[in-house]
Design a protein around this ligand. Structure first.
Ligand code: PAF
Length: 282
């Protein structure tokens, strides 16, 4: 596996692969890999001839009081894991190379970014779409694989690609969970043993909502109240719980196909998100 540190060298590599007629699959990440990331890499390998994983803790998607400084990092371990998955290139640029001091452009998707995570993290999605757009220009992938845990991020990136007529296939990979149902996330490392136990309320809420949908229950308001009560059995702060349409992200009053239960909670200082497409088999 090659480790590439600058956008210019990355583009030289990509141009060579494209000139040789090869397809490129990209997995954009912020590192500290877990099984969820490795599944995205496997999917990218399955879908393309060459696989690039970007590892960049993108400073512009973090708010002033967020966890940029303490975001978990382990470059040596990440290299080993990516290499083990047969990744061709790990693209790990420095912040200065991605955002030279004169850089002043932001890519902004409006509307879809106003609610849910966008409401409590102003500027977050502009940071995400700006870096993803830059990665797409630098690496020129045919497809890019994103985890569905970041449900709103996937919707926003999909919208950006459609709006800008970008010839990149966006692939959403199902959420990868621990054996007890906790969605895998690099941020789970912040949780104490007790907090991790509390975090399981997210999966309990999903299981409850699925049961209700299976038995034909369709009133969103009542279901949301039940889910809220279930979450509050633990020492968590609810940021949002909503039932939204998977593409428009608009709240649904009556549950129907495409309804996604989305949740964001705080446990101590750790913010966790989870979601489930209630009508999809899993
Ligand atoms: O999901 C993430 O890890 C990040 O938001 C992404 C897509 C790599 C952009 O920095």
């Amino acid at each position: 596996m090659e480790i590439i540190r600058t956008p210019a060298e990355m583009t030289v590599w990509a141009n060579k692969a494209l000139a040789a007629g090869q397809t490129i699959g990209l997995v954009p990440t912020m590192g500290f890999f877990h099984e969820g990331h490795l599944c995205l890499m496997r999917k990218a390998r399955e879908k393309s001839e060459r696989t690039v994983v970007s590892l960049f803790v993108n400073p512009i998607q973090f708010g002033a009081n967020e966890d940029l400084g303490r975001y978990p990092r382990d470059f040596a371990r990440d290299c080993q894991l990516a290499e083990g998955e047969g990744v061709d290139v790990l693209f790990a640029p420095e912040a200065q190379a991605m955002y030279p001091s004169e850089a002043s452009t932001r890519v902004i998707v409006s509307g879809l970014t106003d609610e849910l995570c966008g409401a409590s993290r102003p500027g977050h999605f502009a940071g995400v779409t700006t870096v993803v757009a830059k990665l797409f220009h630098i690496i020129k992938p045919h497809c890019a694989v994103f985890g569905r845990k970041d449900f709103q991020q996937l919707a926003v990136v999909t919208r950006m690609v459609a709006d800008l007529n970008w010839d990149v296939e966006i692939i959403g990979h199902p959420i990868v969970r621990e054996a007890d149902g906790l969605a895998m996330s690099s941020r789970n490392t912040y949780l104490s043993v007790l907090e991790r136990q509390s975090a399981l309320c997210l999966f309990r809420a999903i299981a409850h909502a699925r049961r209700r949908v299976r038995t034909g229950f369709v009133e969103a308001k009542v279901l949301l109240q039940e889910v809220g009560e279930l979450l509050q059995q633990e020492a968590v702060t609810i940021e949002y719980v909503s039932l939204v349409d998977q593409a428009s992200l608009q709240p649904q009053a009556v549950l129907r196909k495409g309804a996604v239960l989305v949740m964001a909670i705080k446990i101590g200082a750790t913010r966790l998100i989870d979601n489930d497409n209630l009508f999809e088999e899993n």
